[in-house]
Structures are given as C-alpha cells and as structure tokens.
Design a binder for this molecule. Structure first.
Ligand code: FAD
Length: 446
C-alpha cells in the first residue's frame, strides 16, 4: 500500500491544490499534514486567521474521507517521524520563496528513502524562475517588462478537489492548540478559511471586479477585493482567482496586474532571499533614530489625519487599504526618514496578509531601495488625502476624534480656529512638511 504525505504550508485549501491532488491520486493513503513551527513568531491576527483556516481545512478533508493531522515542532522532523510511523514513500510540498521555505525544502529533499515532489504554481500564478529576462539573469528587477511576459505566459487549468482521501490513524493536535497568538487580535479581523475565501471570491468575480480600475484607489469606497489574506494563507489559489476574475473588462485587466505584482515580488525574493532584511538596491541611506515619531506613527497619532486613519485601520482590522499602505510607508521612510525595516516589522506583526515577499519588497519599493524606477518619489500626505479621500469619509471612519469636522477640512485640522482646535483630542503634526525634513516633534520637544 502506497502512502504519501501532503505537507500543507501556504496552501490551506482542497480546491485547485496541485500539491494535494498529486498526493491523493498517486497513493492509496494520504497524510494531510500541517506543522506549526514554534520557532516562528505568532502575531495574534495571523494566528486567529490560521486557526480558522486549519479548522476549515480539516472539515473539508473529512468530507473527502480523510482528516488533517496537525503537529507542532520543526516541520522536517515532524515529516521524518510520520514517514517512519506510516511507511511513507512520497512527500508532496508546494514551492515557496522565503529563505525559511527554501531551507525547509532543501532539508526535506535530504530525507533518505522518500521521493520529495515540489509543486509550482500553488502559491503563485507563475513559478518564480519561470519568467526570466531574455538578456540573462535569474529574475526581473523591473516590473513592466516582467508584466508583459507574465501576461503572455500559459496558465494551467484550475483543478477540482481530489475525489477521495484515506488517511491512516495518526496523532493530531487541535487547531486551537497550535494557532495561538501572542497578544490580542484586531477587533474587526476578517474570517479565515477556504469557505470564507471562496464566498468572497464568488461575490468579487460576479459583482465587483469590473469596477476595480476606477475604484481601487478610492479609500472610502473600499473597492478592492480584500482577497489578500486568502492569497497569503493559500485558502484561495492565485491561478483560480485569475481564472475566475476573467479577462473581459478593464477592471479584470487591472486586477490581474496586481496579481502580477504579487508574483513579481515572489520571484525577486526567491532569487534574493536576503532582501527580507537587506536593501535590494542600497542607496547609502542614513536613517534617523526617531523613537517618538515612530511611536506616534505606530499608534496613528502623527497629526496627519490620512496617515493616522491608515494606521488605525491596521490596528482595528489587521488589514490596510493599499493606497493607505503607500501613504503611511512613504510618510515613515520619506518624510520622517525612519528605516523601512521598522515599518515593515510593525506591518508584519499586525497585517493578517503579511508575507515576506509582498511586505518587505513593497516597503523597499516605497523607501526607494527596491524595484521602483523612481526611487526619490515622495507621497505628500495632504495631496494624497485630497485626491484619494476627497470627502474625508475614510478619515472620519477611522479617526473618531475628527468625526465632527465636515468634508475635506478633516484633512487639515490645524486650519481650524484655535478654540475648536484645542477642543479636539488630536495631536499637532509630528513633522512640518513645509519645512522639509528638518522640523520634527522630537526637535521641537528637545
Ligand atoms: C508598504 C506596503 C506593504 C505591503 N504589505 C503587503 C503584505 O504583507 N502582503 C500582501 O499581500 N500585500 C502587501 N502589500 C500590497 C497591497 O497593499 C495588498 O496586497 C493589498 O492592499 C491587499 O488588498 P486587496 O486584496 O483588496 O488587494 P487588491 O487591490 O484587490 O489586489 C488583488 C491582489 O493582488 C495582490 N496585490 C495587490 N497589490 C499588490 C502589491 N503592491 N504588491 C504585491 N501584491 C499586490 C494581492 O495579493 C491582492 O490581494 C503591501 C503594500 C505596501 C505599499
């Protein structure tokens, strides 16, 4: 009797999962395994989302006749134990790009006596390394030429769930015992799990994707897909998401372009895993050590309402609109001139969709050390606010102290008559934009 292990990582789904499908059709018995590595940080939002994903995956596997086996510890040690317990001949795992994932894959391949199968196009739509520059090199460093090739690339057809799974008896932990976070989760965190992801995708594909091109920067309208946590945990397949979004409208085209950004960052990280910490393109930045301004930024109390609204959305929902991510990241790195790694660390902790490729490399893009072809670009928070939140509704939604200020005036509370200004429990700006980078809160106080 042939037994395989399907090692789940960032692919917590039964639909369109080539890793699970191959494990199921190629063996009589499958051990669907998830291993929680206690050596990794456990931010509360991602832990809570993961808990729902694991519970949902277990239910889906049970409907197919199997069960999810959950273990804690080093994943490779856990796989080796299960190989010995169940006379396993094959291990299936999805390719992934971080340094951690690449080392895990190499160590799996060193286990003697089993065949290890690494599956591409499970966590990304195009495999990293599949699209490379014609002039040579292992990855693209500029997005536009990558996009052209990515759009022309052939895509596989999404797969159904495997027809049936038989799982041998094995000890398993409970999802709630492994997925416990260090701290309190965001009060308005989205629901995890494949079922929630598929419901969101069905609604998005049927009703909203066509309006995406006009709506994607409308902060108050909240007209992006919010599929990112599902793409991060793999409760949705990027190949299937692209397939379902279709290609007929400008909205679908623009939405596909965003998924190309996702693949673009994955292929960069796959080729240069050290960029999780190091500048992709070092520019000799001499970042400021500014603990007061950094704390104000983290709490959403910089005195710039559009920045504070974004940072408060993050704390309330464990998620932030892309335009707000760009504004807040630019404010930290280009206005306060604080190292992008500080911002990336805060986002990594709170974002439910945080992944190394998209978080670190988007931070680097904004900070000017990444793939941006205009590294000196600075987003002025006031101009961004007037353009992308013209009626001020986004700010009023997330900054309750400013709810009483109507229209666009909410973006400039410093212009209010001083008696009204004093009545607000809202800070003065931490930096004076008109004065450039020189005037900061810390300088005023010290
Ligand atoms: C400083 C900063 C940090 C970021 N950190 C992350 C992160 O940790 N995880 C993450 O998934 N995204 C990150 N992004 C990218 C982007 O902000 C989010 O993917 C997007 O806001 C998610 O919302 P959505 O699903 O509604 O996106 P949509 O606009 O509906 O886009 C669809 C999908 O495309 C992908 N996508 C969209 N924009 C980008 C982008 N710029 N780069 C890569 N993929 C993109 C996402 O998977 C997203 O779900 C970051 C952006 C910035 C500027």
């Amino acid at each position: 009797m042939r037994t395989s292990i399907a090692l789940f990582t960032r692919d917590l789904r039964i639909n369109d999962n080539p890793m699970l499908y191959a494990a199921a059709v190629g063996a009589d018995r499958v051990v669907p395994l998830f291993v929680l590595d206690p050596g990794l940080p456990a931010p509360p939002n991602r832990a809570a989302f993961l808990h729902r994903c694991l519970a949902d995956l277990d239910a889906a596997l049970q409907d197919l006749g199997g069960a999810l086996i959950i273990r804690r510890g080093d994943p490779v040690t856990a796989v080796s134990r299960l190989i010995a317990e169940n006379d396993v001949s094959d291990v299936h795992v999805s390719a992934d790009v971080s340094g951690y994932a690449q080392r895990r894959q190499e160590r799996l391949e060193e286990i003697p006596g089993v065949a290890v199968h690494v599956h591409d196009t499970v966590t990304t739509a195009a495999a990293p390394g599949e699209i490379t520059p014609t002039g040579g090199g292992d990855h693209f460093a500029v997005f536009t030429p990558y996009l052209r090739r990515w759009q022309a690339a052939a895509r596989r057809t999404p797969l159904p769930p495997p027809p049936r799974i038989t799982t041998p008896e094995a000890d398993s932990a409970e999802p709630r015992d492994v997925a416990q976070g260090d701290g309190l989760r965001a009060p308005e965190l989205a629901d995890g799990g494949e079922r929630a992801g598929r419901a969101l995708l069905a609604e998005w594909a049927a009703n909203a994707v066509t309006g995406y091109a006009e709506g994607r920067d409308d902060l108050a309208g909240d007209r992006t897909s919010r599929l990112s946590p599902h793409l991060h945990f793999g409760t949705l397949s990027p190949v299937e998401v692209l397939h379902r979004a279709g290609g007929g409208s400008q909205g679908a085209w623009e939405f596909g372009r965003q998924l190309a950004w996702r693949d673009f960052h994955h292929q960069m990280l796959a080729a240069r895993p050290a960029t999780a910490r190091q500048d992709y393109r070092p520019r000799g930045d001499d970042w400021r050590d500014a603990p007061e301004e950094l704390a104000a930024w983290r709490e959403g109390r910089t005195g710039y309402p559009i920045v504070d609204a974004g940072m408060r959305q993050l704390l309330r929902e464990g998620w932030m609109h892309n335009r707000a991510r760009m504004i807040t990241a630019s404010f930290l790195t280009k206005t306060l001139y604080v190292d992008w790694r500080e911002g990336a660390r805060h986002f990594q902790w709170h974002l439910v969709d945080a992944d190394v490729a998209n978080n670190q490399l988007n931070w680097q893009w904004v900070a000017g050390t990444g793939a941006d072809t205009r590294p000196n670009r600075v987003l002025n928070p006031l101009r961004q606010a007037m353009r992308y939140d013209p009626a001020g509704d986004y700010v009023r939604r997330y900054v309750p102290e400013l709810r009483g200020i109507p229209g666009a005036a909410v973006h400039e509370p410093w212009r209010l008559p001083s008696c009204e200004r004093r009545a607000l429990d809202y800070p003065d700006p931490v930096a004076d934009l008109a004065e450039g980078r020189q005037r900061f809160l810390s300088a005023r106080n010290g």
